[in-house]
Design a protein. Structure first.
Length: 494
């Protein structure tokens, strides 16, 4: 055994034998915590200024892209991140293992932010967003898996370790928009993108130093791709890239229809996944029933994320044009609004966890939690109505803080229970595919958030907020009314 392998084994056993050097958790968690925190710093920092960079005029440092087209690009980009999470999971399971995919993904992300910072014009935007989407998808899919390898199955520190990991995510999401927004407003957009690149570089350096201390299981390829199929898979990948490039060059895929293209692709992939799983002869009747029960949860989750992810589309425009951001004579950067939600998540996630723990079996079942999340999210959109169609930059900052508090409450009803119930409903032979289905619902909702934003009119806001708020509330109410039949289909899962 070489020294690197021995260190990996020692780290794994340290997690099992009482290594508590990182706030009571294995020291190896510090390295994954760090790379994830800096990745979220760069991801949300860049996303906080991305939309205004696209639609601001060239004179103001932007690209001068039409606002509707810009929101569609943001939605398509967000949806693509979750599509790439599925690709990242496949690469980990079949080719490289989670730890290596995580490491290479971090490098790709850093290159993407460097492209946004240094390359001019729309080409720099395109190269940067593609690299960040691919890299973020790969890292998102595998960071959680690597954390899981640090603990034995019966280690009672596992949940606390994941909570600490989740804290790192939200710390990065909080700090990123603050730093990039300050740099963008005072020096320029490319300095903000540069800060995102530096943040990812810091995370990568820290992770590079500590990655050898991760257990061997983090590098295990669960289901290796047979060598006889490597050529076939490579050929399919190349053919897919060539076809995609041809569609772009022929004008079939354009900036103005990108969101619609991603929506169609994701919807088709989700339908195909459902058909393959439900039609499989390798699942029992109970497992098939549970997959069918997941369909209404999937639909409501799409509806929720299509509103929630408008923090990076409509809410960005709203913060720029309708929000009073002046504080004691100083104007707060637009992107700082994106740091409000992570604060509430950090504060309230522990509260919700304590409530569910205390309630035990008396807590609402998953369909009711999903229903409440959608209803509350719809209510958050209705809260915009008292301020609709007012003068420019007239909405009080405290109003947005309150609305984002409601966003967060809705998120905590539906997002943490989402992956949990997905894994519980998953057939044994399709565990990964069911998780992929969950990510496809987030991808579809995020893409819809960009497409829907094209209908937002800052001069006539009432129809937009009213219609979407009522649709989300109606989706939640329908699931709540149908909770008993859905629970019956879930066959004992709550």
């Amino acid at each position: 055994m070489d020294h690197a392998a021995r260190r990996g084994t020692d780290a794994g056993s340290a997690g099992r034998d009482g290594d508590t050097r990182f706030f009571g958790q294995p020291w190896a968690l510090a390295h994954v915590f760090g790379v994830e925190m800096w990745e979220r710093f760069s991801f949300y920092g860049m996303q906080g200024i991305l939309l205004i960079y696209m639609y601001y005029s060239v004179a103001d440092g932007g690209l001068g892209i039409d606002e509707t087209v810009a929101t569609g690009i943001v939605g398509a980009y967000g949806g693509t991140v979750y599509l790439c999470a599925i690709l990242g999971a496949w690469l980990a399971d079949r080719v490289l293992g989670s730890e290596r995919v995580l490491f290479f993904s971090a490098i790709v992300i850093m290159c993407g932010h460097i492209a946004l910072a240094l390359l001019p014009s729309v080409w720099g935007l395109g190269v940067g967003l593609v690299l960040v989407a691919v890299g973020s998808g790969g890292l998102k899919a595998n960071a959680t898996a690597v954390v899981g390898t640090l603990y034995a199955r019966d280690d009672d520190r596992r949940d606390a370790g994941f909570s600490l990991f989740y804290l790192g995510i939200n710390l990065g999401a909080f700090l990123g928009p603050l730093i990039t927004g300050l740099l963008q407003s005072s020096i320029g957009f490319h300095w903000g993108f540069g800060a995102a690149a530096v943040g990812m570089a810091l995370g990568l350096v820290q992770y590079s130093i500590g990655r050898r201390g991760l257990p061997d299981s983090s590098r295990t390829v669960a289901n290796p791709l047979p060598r006889t199929r490597v050529g076939l898979v490579a050929g399919i990948a190349v053919a897919g890239l060539v076809a995609l490039l041809a569609l772009v060059l022929l004008g079939v895929i354009r900036a103005d229809n990108l969101a619609a293209v991603v929506i169609i692709v994701v919807a088709a992939a989700a339908i195909a996944y459902f058909v393959v799983i439900i039609a499989s002869r390798n699942i029992s009747a109970d497992e098939r029933s549970r997959v069918i029960a997941f369909i209404p949860l999937f639909i409501v989750n799409v509806g929720f994320w299509s509103l929630y992810q408008q923090q990076f589309t409509v809410l960005t425009i709203y913060s720029d044009q309708r929000l009073d951001r002046e504080i004691l004579g100083w104007e707060m950067p637009v992107s700082w609004v994106n740091s409000i939600n992570p604060i509430f998540v950090i504060v309230l996630s522990g509260v919700f966890a304590a409530i569910w723990t205390r309630m035990g079996r008396r807590q609402p079942p998953a369909p009711v939690k999903f229903a409440l999340g959608a209803i509350i999210m719809g209510g958050a959109f209705l809260l915009f109505l008292p301020f609709a169609n007012g003068p420019e930059n007239s909405t009080p900052l405290l109003a947005i803080v309150g609305i984002l508090l409601v966003f967060t409450i809705a998120e905590l009803f539906i997002s943490p229970p989402g992956l949990s119930v997905t894994t519980k409903l998953a057939p044994e032979r399709f565990h990964t595919q069911m998780v992929a289905l969950y990510f496809l619902s987030v991808s579809l909702g995020t893409s819809l958030a960009g497409w829907l934003a094209g209908f937002y009119d800052p001069h006539d806001e009432v129809p937009y907020f009213l219609v979407l708020g009522l649709i989300a509330a109606a989706l939640g109410a329908a699931l709540w009314l149908g909770a008993k039949p859905v629970l019956a289909l879930m066959r004992g899962v709550r």
